[in-house]
Design a protein around this ligand. Structure first.
Ligand code: NAD
Length: 355
């Protein structure tokens, strides 16, 4: 018999539309929210898609802006807001990955605009009430109900263009949310179910996509898994893995998805020593022990494995360990500066974790 411990399930609060070609439903979803003027957002890379969507929205469109930037710099948000009339839009449509979704959240929380998000990576930001913004080289993260998008439209077709390398690293980024949700202090049975199915779905889809990025069925499996991972990220508190990635991204500007992909086997391997039972869904899905299984899985996808390939020096590792150990936070296994430094060394060299 399973033991059910007391828990709180905060609920799933965003409306989700999932399928192929669902971008065509954007106008109907904006109207469903009672909104009339939608500003479409993207990065420069996806400007053609944003322009097409704005055209498609017709009278519902308040135009498009394609200057979304990684880590949501404050000057981009403030510059955009200063250039728009106050009553020019009542809704933002973020079409893209976490960078574009971050800009949409930053605008929504400042203006009260609703958000319709159309995610095109597996990063998961669309399902969280978390916003990280950078100013003066520092990233500050906060949570607020006004940050959570009202509606999320998953269109599998839009992920077909995700480059193969980003497909793999973004998929591993998503799996990191599921893995940490499994041992979260505030986990609950629903989040555990979602995280478990997310691992199953992504571990099936990513090997197919690593060989054929255009496989539509695998794309659907990966995006479905990414939704579940995003829900796990939004519904449970993350620990060492996410904090370390935040430190490296925020203080050393390492790329988001790659940093997650490289650190994942090491952080989960480290924590597996304390909570092997809670990580059983990882071992059931991938076999072996959690850290080794994740390392071998990432290697089989040709994912980047060494932090040293992303501009970090060994000296940086000392400072990163210092920063990561300085602000204490909950983790299933106690750690100190030395244990973090050793973990970072393994990730820097791309060494197979011990467990
Ligand atoms: P990204 O949004 O920066 O996208 C990377 C590049 O890929 C961009 O140029 C983008 O235009 C392009 N791209 C995205 N989808 C594409 C597609 N389908 N086809 C072709 N090109 C495509 O990358 P990301 O990893 O999704 O997001 C990283 C950012 O998101 C970071 O700033 C991170 O902090 C943030 N994030 C926030 C949360 C949260 O809950 N607040 C969660 C996850 C990530």
């Amino acid at each position: 018999m399973t033991t059910i411990n007391p828990f709180v399930f905060p609920g799933l609060r965003s409306r989700v539309v999932f399928g192929h070609g669902t971008i065509a439903q954007t106008g109907a979803e904006i109207e469903r929210l009672g909104r009339k003027r939608a500003l479409v957002l993207s990065t420069p890379n996806q400007v053609a898609d944003a322009e097409r969507l704005a055209d498609q929205l017709g009278d519902l469109s308040a135009g498009f802006y394609s200057g979304a930037t990684m880590h949501t710099p404050l000057e981009v948000t403030e510059g955009l807001l200063a250039s728009l009339p106050r009553d020019g839009f009542d809704c933002v449509v973020a079409l893209g990955g976490g960078s574009t979704i971050g800009l949409g959240k930053a605008i929504a929380t400042r203006t009260g605009a609703d958000q319709v998000v159309i995610p095109t990576t597996y990063a998961g930001s669309e399902m969280t009430d978390i916003l990280g913004e950078t100013a003066g080289g520092e990233k500050v993260t906060r949570r607020d109900p006004s940050i959570l998008p009202e509606t999320v439209i998953y269109d599998v077709d839009l992920t077909l263009t995700l480059p193969p390398s980003l497909t793999v690293t973004s998929g591993l980024n998503a799996m990191a949310h599921a893995a940490e949700a499994l041992y979260a202090r505030d986990r609950n049975p629903i989040i555990t179910l979602m995280a478990t199915d997310a691992l199953r779905s992504l571990s099936g889809a990513l090997p197919v996509l690593a060989k054929n990025a255009g496989d539509r069925e695998a794309r659907a499996g990966a995006l479905y898994g990414a939704w579940l991972c995003g829900a796990a990220l939004g519904g449970a508190s993350m620990a060492l893995h996410h904090k370390l990635c935040h430190t490296l991204g925020g203080s050393f500007n390492t790329p988001h998805a790659e940093t997650h992909a490289i650190l994942l086997p090491h952080t989960i391997g480290f924590n597996a020593a304390a909570v092997p039972d809670l990580l059983v869904p990882v071992t059931k899905t991938l076999g072996g022990t959690p850290g080794v299984a994740l390392f071998d899985f990432a290697a089989s996808l040709d994912a980047p494995a060494k932090l040293k390939d992303f501009g970090l020096s060994e000296g940086d590792l000392d400072r990163a360990a210092e920063i990561a150990a300085k602000n204490p936070y909950w983790n299933p296994r106690p750690f100190d500066r030395e244990s973090i430094r050793a973990l970072l060394q393994d990730a820097w060299e791309g060494r197979r974790p011990p467990q």
